[in-house]
Design a binder for this molecule. Sequence first.
Ligand SMILES: [Zn+2]
Length: 559
Amino acid sequence: MHSDKVRRRQTVLAVSFLLAAIFFLTAAANAAPVKNLIVLIMDGCGDEQLTLARWFKGAPLALDDMRTGAVKTYTSDAVIADSAPAATAYATGIRTAGTMIGLAPPVKNIPGLPPSAPELALKPQASVLEGARLLGKATGIVVTSRISHATPAAYFAHVGKRSQEEDITEQGVYQGIDVVLGGGRRYLLPAQAGGSRQDQEDLTAVLRSRNYQLIEHKDAFTKISEPKVYGLFAMSHLAPEIDRPDLAPEQPSLAEMTQKAISLLSTNKNGFFLMVEGSQIDWACHANDPAHLLSDLLMFDQAVQVALDFAKKDGQTLVLALPDHNTGGLSIGNRRSDETYDKLTPEILLAPLKKMRRSAPALWQSLGADRSPERIREAVRRDWGLDISLEHARQIADLAKTFGQEGHYALGEVICPHYTQLGWTTHGHTGGDVPLFAYGPSRPVGLLEAQDIGRLSARALGFDLELLTMRLFVEAGQAFPAEAVQLDRTDPHNPVLRIQHQGRQAALPLNKNLLLLNNEQVALEGIVIQVAETGKIYLPLEAVHRIKGDSKPLPAIQK
Ligand SMILES: [Zn+2]
């Protein structure tokens, strides 16, 4: 009797130890390193810009405490990156080519660059945002450009060229992103409603039918306490930060949008993924425009502070901040300082910059059609506080003609070498490594490859990008016999994939997440896309299962 009791107690103990061990093992296997991920991208930036911003601010940047390494930015076909392949590497973990968004590169043999994988050539690659959504996390995009611009697009779209902004915006709408804040309303609306859509679709109606709140003024922020939200505050891009208070007071700042996005997304108990872009740092550097650069970069740093404050309190959030590439070739010091650089005080460096009150594009636009040297001289005195010579004003007028639409590029090119201590080497991008900043659990350290950012992002959230790609992008021609699949182009702007399978009729419009099966509509977990470069169409595995009547569960995206 007594020994029986002991034995029973021992058994109970052993079983509970076993259960505890199983619990801990499974918990360890399922536990992702972080609950939330915030990626903040300063487009077209480098160390010299950050040093200049720190001098200008006269105090440390929020970024300063987060420095952990650097990232190599070359693409699969060039030593200097465009934003499209650069952001694709960060979003999908695949280094790509040209101006492709969310696709693996074509096979090219370029001596000196690592070869790309032939089996992936021109295939869509799933993104960190798509994976976060499949894990039940909330997702958000916050930018100061059109939301269809290359960097944000890489997180939610799959197209051969970044210029396909109509397709990009549509794919974004059907990705079900919870919070989208930025510019680019014109790609939501058909041409007859004042928009830019050739397919005549009104995506604002689609968003409303999917229970989104659509806002166009920052005052509406106070009325919104939960997702889903589309806040597009301009038909095209938002205003440069330095001009915003005067020229576009209805637009929120990048830090305000970041704050709002985090407060909305963090209501999801499964966590969230948020991508934030300081989109215009790049444009300021393209233009060699210190006024636009400093105001937008310091506002980006405020957005970083917002993310950091949340992450510090939360303890389960990884924050990454980094440029996608560098632009402009900025230097503190130029030919004027060749003989005097060791006597350059902060006061001398900052004196001309402190007087600037407008971005170069706003200054240039204020001239209207009269771009005479006299008017240019007057506008530079008024907006940049600099008394330039009539000869330099004449040089600006002449140079501006060679820049066409980008006439304002002439301002920085002529003024910086003569009236500031700043040098610029190009109006294009540059190819150096970019600084990496990170805070939180499993933060990356050291010199990384661009695609490492995508892979470590997915790893931090606890999923595998390759498994995700296999689940979201199945080539139609591989899942079904060729004769069963047809692309219906009756409406050339809205092609529909039609599949016949054992008497079932399926219709899947491109760029959407919809399946019409025997007249019943299903919202899919991913979008249907066509890669124009190969003509191939990809659909989520979920659609293949439904069409085939296959009820087995979809494969996990965790390894
Ligand atoms: Zn650029």
